[in-house]
Design a binder for this molecule. Structure first.
Ligand code: FES
Length: 161
């Protein structure tokens, strides 16, 4: 049995077409898989919480909350933003500290420490918190937010909520 010229040409065309498809498929997979993986992993990457150096222990008061300021860098997907944060550090004992976010739990106004009453006061709607962050009066629905903290050497580190 002999192949006709038309069958041979068709067969050669099919062979070349399949070869080109195979090469194109190889390049699509070789480039597409890593690119897709990079795109998805960057988009799904959650904010990674790191310890932030916030204060020297020697700068913290023993008998009243100390307002501290630190810089917080947040990475969310491809975006990295840096913001300045404030918090209050309350000394609870020997190298034991509690760190409160300095924002009112009502609508987020900045709090002040009132040394005459030993309370945190919110200037916006009259919210008042005791030195342990509990609501004393006003509209705040819950206690102050506590931030994670740890001591390393003579430095205080905080972790954003
Ligand atoms: S924001 Fe503090 S009481 Fe409303």
């Amino acid at each position: 049995m002999t192949a006709t010229i038309a069958e041979t040409t068709t067969s050669r065309r099919n062979f070349l077409a399949n070869g080109i498809k195979a090469i194109a498929g190889f390049f699509i997979l070789a480039l597409g898989i890593p690119l897709t993986g990079f795109t998805i992993s960057s988009a799904l990457k959650k904010d990674k919480h790191d310890w932030i150096e916030a204060a020297e222990l020697g700068d913290l008061s023993d008998d009243k909350p100390t307002r501290i300021t630190y810089h917080y860098r947040r990475k969310d997907g491809w975006m990295t933003t840096e913001s300045r944060k404030t918090a209050f550090v309350v000394k609870e004992g020997n190298d034991a500290y509690t760190v409160f976010a300095s924002r009112c739990t009502h609508l987020g106004c900045g709090l002040d420490w009132d040394a005459t009453t030993n309370q945190f006061k919110c200037p916006c709607h009259g919210g008042v918190f005791d030195a342990h962050g509990n609501v004393v009066e006003g509209p705040p629905p819950r206690p102050l937010v506590k931030l994670g903290c740890k001591i390393e050497g003579r430095k205080l580190f905080v972790m954003e909520a």
